[in-house]
Design a protein around this ligand. Sequence first.
Ligand code: FES
Ligand SMILES: [Fe+2]
Length: 360
Amino acid sequence: MSTLKILSVNKDIKVAETIDSDFYLNKEYYNLSINKIFNKSYQFIIDTVSFNSMQYPFIFLKNSIDEYLLLSRVENQVLCLHNVCTHRGNILCLEQSSENKIKCNYHGRKFDLKGKFLSMSGFEDVENFPTKKDNLIKFPVKIWRNFIFTGINPKINIDNFFLDIDNRLGWYPFEKLEFIKDNSTDYEIDAHWALYCENYLEGLHIPHVHKGLNADIDYKSYKTELLDNGVLQYTCSSNDDKRLPIPDGYINSDKNIYAYYYWLFPNMMFNFYSWGLSINIIEPISQNKTRIRFLSYMISGSKQVVDAPSSVDVVEKEDEYIVQNVQKGINSNFYNKGRYSARHEKGTHHFHRLICRYLK
Ligand code: FES
Ligand SMILES: [Fe+2]
């Protein structure tokens, strides 16, 4: 019998204590978070421009959910199919391909791009064959702007989140965003996935951890807004060069906004800068190992600064250092919970409450 206690965080941030550190330390909570949170999430897979063929295989949340899936293109639609053969379980598609049939390289079973069983030799005498069970399973797909999302059993609503981005950033040159492979990279850290997310969700640490970034922003203007399954943070710039060119008629057009930082529960970040969009995906590898995928989408003609005191790669290293230290600290038998800054840690509080809600 499991003796897991039900985690809870008080709704009122002024009296609340942070989530119990058992959440990060007990393997059962880790497994629960994979089954009850990541299993129900949509994940960003690829943009519609980079998916420029008929079949695109991928692993859904490598090292945690580990499902082999495949995007296929049928007319103007993108579908997501199980990438496992319905015969004896071979992986079907191994690399992006322009073939208009999916063919298993083990015994030659064929499917169309909708996942329908087409043919297989050697099965002439088999009775009651083929049935629906011989088709490939389909998974839900959502496309927002140029970005393709899918999930195993998605239950976490993402529509309101993207509506907020559309309303606020309707002017943003989405159509000019180009994926830049050279500026994109994966990081691996020795910390629980939620520690990385909760650090992202507060600006309180900026003056202490990110001296370069802090010089670029007007820290007093830092704001956090809670969204349905998400959080938005933004701040004004301390200089005119690094600001979003928000046209009149849009929210904050009278302000020098440095960036909009959008986070979608449980693990995706969409950071809008004047040079482009940085998407960060936080993928659990194990209870104390996490992969952070930085995907860089630059507005064509602009320049992403790297290796500067406030650039995203430098800020990332500073965050990694602190988050890995927290991982060591919460292992202590003498630490269990802390308190929230009611002014600066609303985002982290919202995140912890979402965790508690979905784990129930
Ligand atoms: S496993 Fe695919 S045809 Fe046999
Ligand atoms: Fe940070």
